[in-house]
Design a protein. Structure first.
Length: 299
């Protein structure tokens, strides 16, 4: 666990830091509570803050309030308060300020490790719930909402100069597969496409039904098209024995690359135009749409 420790006393910071390191935790210590808040805000790796109530310029309760506002359902954060003057602060006031628990200062190693073990159990459960909420149950890829959040983060990175290409993948004639072979077989096809996408290393998700998308940070249109061709060919080569015959299927893929000024909506719109062109061009194809809205089938 990565712990941010906040205490005005150099002795307490050294003593508690040594305990944390001996317990297998990493720690970053601060005397200044505002600096600690800035650090936690910008560093999602911090999962626990252990703060004295006697800190400045934000006092301990203010810091707890600010940290609790920072934590949300996407970022679990354990906040532990400690004080050498426990009787001067009612426990309900400390907990109502956003702290999860209270320790006397300086804490004993036994008490500190016990509270951190308890915090780790809660954090593990919270992270499991987040993963469950972000995951498409059939494919184990990201679901639409989680993929859109990842896409917005990827756009922020693209704004700093990193290339980004988005793929949209659609299984051709999928309704016919379901009608002829049944939805169970259709699910097998969907899971196979998900497996192919997962192997690319791209950030992939299921948009719904038989449609997928993949984010490829660091890839320009050319290198992403190479990956798209590989996805298309792997799917076309797949043969599934069904009802005495070999079930084969294909996918159509549209690509577009981020350009300055793009929002996620405009980028996905161009990708969707490319996917439509691949479908209209005969399916089992890869098509690209450039920022000038020029669309071309490339296979």
């Amino acid at each position: 666990m990565h712990v941010a420790l906040v205490d005005p006393s150099r002795v307490i910071r050294k003593t508690v830091s040594d305990m944390l390191i001996a317990g297998g935790h990493s720690v970053t210590a601060f005397a200044d509570s505002a600096a600690a808040l800035d650090y936690v805000t910008g560093n999602a790796a911090v999962t626990c803050v252990l703060t004295s109530l006697e800190v400045q310029p934000l006092d301990g309760l203010e810091l707890c309030w600010s940290l609790r506002a920072l934590a949300d359902d996407r970022r679990p954060l354990t906040i532990l308060a400690m004080s050498s003057a426990r009787d001067s602060r009612p426990l309900d006031e400390i907990l109502d300020s956003g702290a999860d628990d209270f320790l006397a200062k300086p804490p004993s190693a036994q008490e500190l490790y016990g509270r951190l073990r308890s915090a780790e159990r809660v954090l593990k459960l919270q992270h499991a719930l987040i993963r469950q909420a972000d995951t498409d149950h059939l494919t184990q890829l990201l679901n639409r909402g989680a993929l859109m959040r990842q896409a917005r983060a990827a756009l922020d990175a693209a704004g700093t100069g990193q290339p980004l290409t988005v793929l949209q993948i659609d299984i051709d004639h999928f309704k016919s597969i379901n009608d002829r072979y049944g939805h169970d077989v259709g699910d097998v096809v969907i899971r196979f496409v998900a497996h192919v996408l997962r192997e690319t290393g791209a950030t992939a998700g299921r948009l719904g039904g038989e449609e997928f998308a993949a984010l490829m940070p660091g890839h320009s249109l050319g290198s992403a098209a190479v990956v798209a061709h590989r996805i298309r060919s792997q799917c076309a080569a797949r043969s599934m024995p069904q009802q005495g015959a070999a079930l084969r299927f294909t996918v159509s893929i549209g690509l577009s690359e981020w350009v300055p000024g793009d929002s996620i909506e405009t980028l996905l719109k161009r990708t969707d135009v490319a996917l439509y062109a691949a479908k209209a061009g005969g399916r089992d194809r890869v098509a690209v749409t450039t920022a000038s809205l020029r669309t071309e089938c490339v296979s």
